[in-house]
Design a protein around this ligand. Structure first.
Ligand code: UN1
Length: 486
């Protein structure tokens, strides 16, 4: 199987070298090969998307939404295929792949309806017989660059609002998960998306991704990926007339108060830290536990996490699949070794599992201090740092002490404590008695500080990002009076 670009209604191989799409559970198993794209492929995709823009922009928004309704039905019919592909290409366990699939479907459902909700506003004018209102208009051709950790849901949560708002798209999925990207575009074609409206380019971020993001014809860039890449793109785009929404990771913390239901908290911490093998921007990587319950809570987490089975997603017993690459395994191991050298202790895991696949044991570190890199930098692996706190304000200060601000959670049964936490944590998403992970199609998703740039994704805000507001001043007095002097 050779995976190609899709441009203007045709599957066309990119002009760059072939690279392998492998199964991270069995790196010697090659699932497919992909033709990398070069600058000329990106140029052709953007030209094609620009040419398709006027017709798509002039298609009534409810009709654009109906393409997504058809996509919803088609995807639903391919549920098992996508779940299996996510297990093979990304390494998700079956239940994680099913979860991501459902989340993707919910996103399509929500954004299909946005075709009927592309609302402007009417407001009274200062001037008699002057009708003042706003319209929502599409931007033009937009770039969608997505990561490998949610290869199904993230492309949908970016492409669906872009398309329903009337933009044409050039989509570059992560080079680790190109096949799911290809399948999504095939299904959009089956849903009768007009030719040229959604174009796919495959290849490395450093070449195809950068060429796409930096092209001056691109009106908006929606990017999810590492802070390093996102910051670099944002800097290089600085001053350009382009809209940006960038989701760039997190260093999310859970606070466990003495009033918490400890079993619930331990389950939430373990799920947040080790689900998806910790490869989530919303993963729990720090837990601050009140010193009065620290050792008891640590033992509960260790016990719960030690029951998790690391292994091939094909096995129904597995609850943690592989990391995406050898580099990601090395990255986690480096953070663990560094923390140990600085005085932390591994109380669970700390090593890779098996040979060949990119498997890591769930790892819990005790004796971590805030100045350690493992406590402030994004690891993106199954590594959890535990720290004891004395006062809630101290714990909140620690939650806020990192450059990131994506998600935070508190486990408590004290309403006042919960409200104090919600009010004082510097993050885009707060959870009470819930893990730090997850989001819902209809609710804004995103973070502050180094976690994000630009408006929120998902929900109505996610759609509005892909529009421009046009303010209309419509005088119907029929008189020759002089107009607005304000
Ligand atoms: C989730 O927590 O279920 O890249 C969603 C990520 C996020 C998505 C997380 N954009 O991990």
């Amino acid at each position: 199987m050779r995976l190609s670009n899709y441009i203007g209604g045709q599957w066309i191989p990119g002009g760059g070298p072939l690279t392998k799409d492998i199964n991270p559970s069995h790196p010697d198993q090659i699932l497919a090969e992909l033709h990398n794209s070069v600058a000329a492929d990106v140029d052709f995709a953007i030209k094609t998307a620009e040419a398709a823009f006027p017709n798509w922009a002039n298609t009534p928004a409810p009709a654009r939404g109906r393409v997504l309704l058809r996509l919803h039905a088609i995807l639903d019919g391919h549920r098992m295929e996508y779940v299996n592909l996510m297990m093979a290409e990304q390494g998700k366990t079956r239940s994680e792949a099913e979860g991501e699939f459902q989340k993707g479907l919910n996103l399509v459902e929500f954004f299909a309806g946005e075709g009927m909700r592309l609302d402007g506003q009417t407001m009274p004018s200062e001037i008699a017989r002057n009708f003042t209102y706003t319209l929502r208009e599409p931007l033009g051709t937009v770039a969608i660059i997505t990561p490998w950790n949610f290869p199904f849901a993230i492309p949908l949560w970016k492409m669906c609002p872009a398309l329903v708002a009337g933009n044409t798209v050039v989509f570059k999925p992560a080079s680790y998960t190109p096949w799911i990207g290809v399948r999504l575009v095939e299904d959009l074609v089956a849903a009768e998306i007009p030719q040229g409206v959604c174009n796919l380019i495959l290849g490395a971020g450093s070449l195809a991704g950068e060429a796409l993001a930096m092209d001056p014809r691109i009106r908006a860039l929606s990017f999810t990926g590492s802070n390093e890449v996102g910051q670099r793109l944002a800097e290089r785009l600085g001053g350009r007339p382009i809209k940006l929404t960038m989701e760039m990771g997190g260093k999310n913390a859970v606070v466990v108060s003495p009033s918490a239901d400890a079993a619930l908290a331990a389950a939430g911490v373990v799920q947040g830290a080790f689900g998806a093998a910790g490869q989530r921007c919303t993963a729990t990587s720090r837990v601050f536990v009140h010193q009065s319950i620290f050792s008891e809570f640590r033992a509960m987490c260790v016990e719960k996490a030690s029951q998790m089975v690391v292994g091939d997603p094909d096995s129904p017993k597995s609850s943690i699949g592989p990391l995406i690459s050898e580099n990601q395994v090395k990255r986690s191991l480096t953070y663990i070794e560094d923390a140990q050298a600085r005085g932390a202790q591994v109380v669970l895991g700390g090593h890779r599992v098996g040979q060949g696949g990119y498997f890591m044991a769930p790892t819990i570190l005790d004796g971590v201090t805030l100045d350690m890199p493992v406590a402030s930098e994004e690891v993106f692996g199954p590594v959890l740092a535990m720290i004891a706190y004395d006062s809630l304000d101290e714990a909140i200060a620690w939650v806020n002490s990192v450059p990131y601000g994506l998600s935070a959670a508190i486990y408590t049964r004290d309403l006042i404590e919960a409200q104090h936490f919600i009010h004082n944590v510097a993050v885009g998403m707060v959870h009470v008695n819930n893990p730090t992970i997850g989001g819902e199609a209809q609710l804004p998703f995103g973070g502050i500080k180094a976690s994000g740039l630009g408006p929120r994704e998902m929900g109505h805000e996610g759609t509005l990002f892909f529009t421009e507001t046009k303010t209309v001043f419509f005088d119907y007095s029929g008189s020759s009076r002089t107009g607005n002097v304000y």
